[in-house]
Design a protein around this ligand. Structure first.
Ligand SMILES: [Fe+2]
Ligand SMILES: [Fe+2]
Length: 157
């Protein structure tokens, strides 16, 4: 296990929730509420460990990728605000599905860029030992991750 493998696992978990949401019936309100609550929990913890640990370490190890890091934080900013809106939105609200759809588009785009463009560069710059060390730190940080999306630092940036 290393830091990048851990982050990819999180991405997969979230993608599974997205697929389940897309399969849920139009009026499966309870199921959709439950899935969105899980998305909020997973994505908040994931954004937290990336912002607290992985992003700063990657920026230090691969300074050439700073533009990517800064764009990623902006994307997190949008995502955590959308999560905080969804937290308080009734799944019967006519805007609920639309908001989840745009959330999923944003996250999929973000994940694709992380995995395809950025992680390979970070892996090269960091090396195996550092990635394993970061993984341990991130697992610990997950245990203290907030459940409130707006408690993630990108919400205030
Ligand atoms: Fe991210
Ligand atoms: Fe990520």
């Amino acid at each position: 296990m290393d830091a990048i493998v851990l982050l990819r696992e999180d991405h997969k978990t979230v993608e599974k929730l997205f697929k389940q949401f897309e399969k849920a019936g139009e009026d499966a309100y309870d199921e959709k509420r439950k899935l969105v609550d899980q998305m909020i929990e997973e994505l908040t913890a994931h954004a937290y460990i990336e912002e607290e640990i992985f992003y700063p370490a990657a920026r230090a190890a691969a300074p050439d990728t700073v533009d990517h890091v800064l764009e990623s934080v902006e994307e997190h900013h949008v995502v955590v605000w959308m999560l905080s809106e969804l937290k308080n939105m009734d799944p019967r609200d006519e805007r609920f599905d639309a908001k989840v759809t745009v959330l999923m588009e944003n996250v999929r785009h973000h994940v694709e860029e992380e995995e395809n463009e950025w992680f390979p560069e970070v892996r090269k710059a960091m090396g195996r030992n550092k990635l394993q060390e970061l993984c341990d730190e991130m697992v610990k940080a997950k245990g203290r991750a907030p459940s409130e999306p707006l408690a993630v630092s990108s919400a205030r940036q």
